[in-house]
Design a protein around this ligand. Sequence first.
Ligand code: FRU
Length: 472
Amino acid sequence: MADDRWRMGFHLMPPIGWLNDPNGLCQLNGVYHVFHQYSPDWPQPGAPRGWGHATSTDLAHWEHHGMVISPDTPDEASGSYSGCALVMPKAAPNGSDAVRFYYTGNVKEQGDFDYILTGRRATQILIESDDGFAMGDKQVLLRNADYPAFCSCHVRDPKVWRDADGTWWMILGARDVESTGLVLVLRSKDGYTWENAHQVRSDAPFGFMWECPDRVVLDGNTYLSCCPQGMQAYPWSHGLRDQAGYFPLPAGCDLSDADSAVRADEFALWDNGFDFYAPQTFTDAQGRTLLIAWMGMPEAPYVSAPNDLTWCHCLTVPRVLSRLEDGSIAQQPAPELKVLRGEKVELAGAGTSALLEHRADIEVDGIDGPFFLTLDDALEIAYDGSAFTLRFLDIEGVGAGRTFRNSALEALHDLRVLVDDSAVEVFANGGRLALATRWFPTADALRVSLEGTCSAAVAWPMGDGVRATYTQ
Ligand code: FRU
């Protein structure tokens, strides 16, 4: 029953099969929609990949609707890849908000190709929907011949927005023929017909491809979020090829500005854990910017479906973004998750507490000096006075190959740790540092051990907002 044991209670995961990037995030007429890359037939070789769909009215209780965009046209034969949603206020026939989905159709031709300069088609596709559920026809907007001549075949993952003047903008992740990553910026008057506007590159080459670009605007400041590939040689990359982070744009500059450029040395990782990639943001009706990422990592040297699990990966919880004085971005779990909290438990300030289940929301405040919080004697969250470390003490078993992650930190003040069966998200110092990891615990009860000085340490068992829809 290990399969069931590791299913989560408040992280979105596939009912069965494979999940990767979050797609089409939006709040439409009061309903939160989270789409995601989905292959229900995984691990069958060549399992079709399309968009799965989950909805919620409170970000805590979710319903899954299965695969709702399938790779069923010749322009997406190898997958209906990642994309975004754009809410169209009052555009539905009944006067409510409608939505447009922009995504990439991926086709790998049969034959002897390198799939970089030849053999791959990347088509940008639009689907209009009046309610987020009923999908209109697929409209092809852009094909490889429409992108600038310096592009390789790798052009994907559209993110679309409209500016105050009503101009439409699209960014696409791209790899050029020299294998340098960049973002293409396109412009439109109506969201249907697009023209190339300009590109955003870094001052120095930074990876061979930028996947999943996103535009984040916080307090009037724009950031380019993206996932550069080819980063394994950077000392901070832990040898991983793919990374997820953001570049701040110069003050007053937006991606629509023709001369926008970013600085490679200003790239900041979103998350310092093991399992975080392809984040996407959206603004909800309250005006909050929320981020959800894939809690997985392409080509990682560790495992996410041990014991022949019939499902693989999950998404992070929704994280609320805020801009800090130094221009960096803090991330905190959406406060709505607190509705899943059970009765509060005081944790032994120093020592070990056993909680009943493997789902808990842990808060530690007033930390002073070195501090250690260990879960099940297997996963240590440690601050030694200068470095913050997430370390698996049981690398092969509970960690499924995960080792440790280190970040320099001047002082640790507080910790929030969300434990959800096989997912853990750690937020330090009000979300200035975030670390996501999968783990595969085997003990029945969660053991939380604390060592060090703090003013308060509490935990709440967490209820189940998603499991019902996955086990029916
Ligand atoms: C990122 C990514 C995207 C692509 C999708 C395919 O993880 O490779 O670039 O659209 O996944 O599933």
